[in-house]
Design a protein around this ligand. Structure first.
Ligand code: ADP
Ligand code: ASP
Ligand code: MG
Length: 285
C-alpha cells in the first residue's frame, strides 16, 4: 500500500491534474491502488482566508467567491466528460452555497472565530478532492471521495489541532477494511474534534494527513509530490544554487522541516519515523 500526496500546485491547473492522473495510472497498471491525499488548488486556502477576513470586516467577498467557483467549474469543464459534468457541478454548487451561507453569517455578525475559520478553510480541500475524485473515476472506477474529517479525530485547538493518533488509526483502518476494493481520494489538511466540528492541522497540513494515513495503513511508501524535485539544500526560490538531496534520514528531514524548509510540514515525519523506528524515536523525544 502506498500513499501519494499531491500539493496545491500539483492540482492547481488542468495540465497538472492530468499529470496527477497519469502518475496514478502508472501505479494502477503496476497493480497498486494507492491512497491519494489532495490539497486545495494552489492559492485557494489563502483566498478562503481572505474572504473570511473581508466578511468579518464588513467588506464584500462575493467577487472572490465567484472567482473561486469559476476556477473549479472551469476545471470540471476541461477535465470531465460531458455526461459526468452535471453531477460534479451539483455537488460543488452545494459546497459553494454552504460556503456563502457561512461567509454571510460572518458578515452579519462581524465576527470570525478560529472554529468558523477552519470550517471555511475546509472547503478548499473538500472541493478539490471531490472534483479530482470525479475526474479520476473516469480512469479508475473504484475511485471514492473521502472526507478526512470523518476519520481523523483531533482536539479542539482550531487552526492547529492535535491528532488523537490511537483513535484515528483505528478509524482509518476499519474504514479501509470496509472499502478494500476502493481507491481512496482523501482531503488533506482537515479533521474533526469529538463533537464532529471541523478542525485543521495547520497550514501546509496535507503532508501530515498523508503521514497519518501512511502510519494507520502501514504503508510501504508515503510519496509527497510537489513543484520541486525533492528536498533540497535550501529553498530554491531563495538560493539559486540549491540542489536536490539524494537521500536523508528521518531526523535530517525533521530538522530541515522544523527549521523552515516549507517543502514538508514539520509534524509529517513523526508518524512515519515512529512506525519505522520506535526505539530510536524514544531516544530522541
Ligand atoms: P505543496 O503545495 O506541494 O505542498 P509547498 O509550497 O508547501 O508545496 O512546498 C514546496 C515549496 O517549498 C517549493 O516550491 C520550495 O520553494 C519550498 N522549499 C522551501 N525549502 C525547501 C527545501 N529545503 N527543499 C525544497 N523545497 C523547499
Ligand atoms: N491547503 C492547505 C494550505 O494551503 C493545506 C496544504 O496545502 O497542505 O495550507
Ligand atoms: Mg505544502
Amino acid at each position: 500500500m502506498k500513499i501519494l500526496k499531491f500539493g496545491g500546485t500539483s492540482v492547481g491547473s488542468a495540465k497538472s491534474i492530468s499529470t496527477v492522473i497519469s502518475i496514478l495510472e502508472k501505479e494502477y497498471k503496476a497493480g497498486e491502488k494507492p491512497v491519494v491525499v489532495l490539497s486545495a488548488m494552489s492559492g485557494v486556502t489563502n483566498l478562503l482566508s481572505s474572504m473570511a477576513e473581508k466578511a468579518a470586516n464588513g467588506e464584500d467577498f462575493t467577487t472572490q467567491l465567484a472567482e473561486l467557483e469559476t476556477r473549479h467549474f472551469d476545471m470540471v469543464r476541461s477535465l470531465l466528460n460531458v455526461q459526468h459534468q452535471n453531477p460534479a457541478y451539483t455537488r460543488l454548487k452545494i459546497n459553494f452555497n454552504h460556503l456563502e451561507e457561512l461567509l454571510q453569517g460572518v458578515l452579519t455578525l462581524r465576527e470570525l472565530t478560529a472554529k468558523t475559520r477552519d470550517l471555511i478553510l475546509s472547503y478548499g480541500e473538500r472541493c478539490s478532492t471531490l472534483m479530482i475524485s470525479k475526474m479520476a473515476a473516469q480512469y479508475f472506477p473504484e475511485a471514492l471521495f473521502v472526507d478526512a474529517s470523518e476519520l481523523i479525530r483531533t482536539d479542539s485547538d482550531f487552526g492547529h489541532a492535535k491528532v488523537n493518533m490511537e483513535l484515528t488509526e483505528l478509524v482509518i483502518r476499519s474504514f479501509q477494511q470496509e472499502n478494500k476494493d476502493k481507491m481512496l481520494f482523501v482531503t488533506g489538511f482537515i479533521a474533526a474534534n469529538d463533537a464532529g466540528q471541523i478542525t485543521t492541522l495547520g497550514r501546509g497540513g496535507s503532508d501530515y494527513t498523508a503521514a497519518i494515513f501512511g502510519s494507520a495503513l502501514n504503508a510501504s511508501e508515503i510519496q509527497i509530490w510537489t513543484d520541486v524535485n525533492g528536498m533540497m539544500t535550501a529553498d530554491p526560490r531563495m538560493v539559486k544554487k540549491a540542489f536536490s538531496l539524494p537521500e536523508l534520514t528521518y531526523t535530517e528531514a525533521m530538522e530541515l522541516s522544523y527549521f523552515g524548509a516549507k517543502v514538508i510540514y514539520p509534524p509529517t515525519m513523526i508518524p512515519a519515523f515512529l512506525k519505522k523506528n520506535t526505539d530510536r524515536y524514544k531516544k530522541y523525544f
